[in-house]
Design a protein around this ligand. Sequence first.
Ligand code: FEO
Length: 394
Amino acid sequence: MNALKIRDNIYWVGALDPEMRIFDLVFKTDHGSTYNSYLIKDEKVALIDTVKGAFTTEFISRIKSQVDLKDIDYIITSHTEPDHSGALPELLKYAINAKIIVSKAGRYLLKNILNMPIDLTTTDECPEIDLGTYRLKFFPAPYLHWPDTVFTYLNEEKILFTCDAFGAHYCDERMFDDLVGDFDPHFHYYYDSIMRPFKPYILKTIEKIENLDIDIIAAAHGPIIRKNPWKYVESYRSWSQRQTDEKKNILILYVSIYNSTKKMAEAIAEGILKKGVSVKKIEVNETDPQFVRDAIERADGIIVGSPTIVGDVPKPVWDALSLLSTVKSEIKLGAAFGSYGWSGEAAKMIEDRLSGLHIKLHKPSLRVKLIPEDKTLQECREFGKEFAIALEQK
Ligand code: FEO
C-alpha cells in the first residue's frame, strides 16, 4: 500500500498488520491492526510517530515516496511504546536533521527504549511548533494509556493526532472510517481492553480538547475518523463516567466445589445485609468475566472466597483476581475466606494478591475446615457485619 493522502500535504505513512491476532499478550485482534504514522509537508516537515520495528522497511519507503528523509525536521513521538517507536532507530540513521519531540515523561522512557545517545526536546520546552503554513500544538494526555502520551493538534486542518486514544485494532487498507464499514464493536473492545483503567485521565483529557474544532481524529491504530469524530469522543466520555451509587457496595466473588465456600459466602452476605449495606455475590466460574469486571468497577469493598486445591487457589479465582487491574477500581477494603480440606493456603494467597493491588485488608481471612457448621456460619455472619461496619467508616 502506498502513502495515503488525508489532506493536501498530509499523508498516512504507517503500516498494516492484518495478521496480528493477539495484542499486548492478552487482547484479541481478530481484524489485525495498523500502526499509523502521519507526515505533514510544509516549509518544515514533521512526522508523527513511527511504526513497530518489523515494518520499518516498508514504512521508510512510504515516507521516501513523499520526502527525502534528510528533509524531516521534526519527529513527534506521541507515545514511546515500541509499536510506535520501533522504527525510530533505523529512521534516525537517515533522518539526520530531525529533532525529536516527546513529552517530559516520554523523554526518560524513550532513552530506555532506544538505549542510544539521543537529543530530545520535550513538549514542555516546545509546546507549539511552527511549520510555515501550519502550526502544531501539543496537549499532554497522560495515561492514555501511558504516562507519556501527548496529542498533537493541527489547527489549520482541524486534525487531532491522538496516538493510542480513540484507536481500534482494526486493519482495513481503505483506512477511513466512512469507507471501512462498522468497526464500532472493535472501537469499544479496544477502549475496554486498553483505556478502561484510566477513566479519570480520559475525562481530564476530554476537557482539554472539547473546545477544539476537530474534523479528523487521526489515531495510531485503526481507521482515521473523519465522519463524526465527536461521536467517538462522546463514547469515551460516557464509558469513562463512573456510575455512582448512594450506598456502598460490597462484592463477594467465590467458587465452591461442595457448597461449603458457597455457604460461607451466603452467610457473610447475610451479615452485610443486616448492616444495611448492599452486597452482590458472584460465583465466578459461572459468570461472564465482563459482568465480573463491571461489578468490580462498582464495588467499594471486595471479599473473595475460595477452596484450596493442591495448595493453591483454583484458576477461576486467579482469573477473577486478574480482572482487578483491568478497571478503575475504587475498592477501599478487602478480605478473603474459604473452606479447605488439608492445609488451606488459598485464603492467604488471595490476601497477598489483594494487598499487592494496594487494597487494605479488613482482618485476617476467615477459614473453615471442610463443612461449616451452624456455629461457623454465625462467625461468617459476624465477619460480614464487621466488614460492612468497617467499610462504612471509610
Ligand atoms: Fe499502540 Fe500503547 O501502544
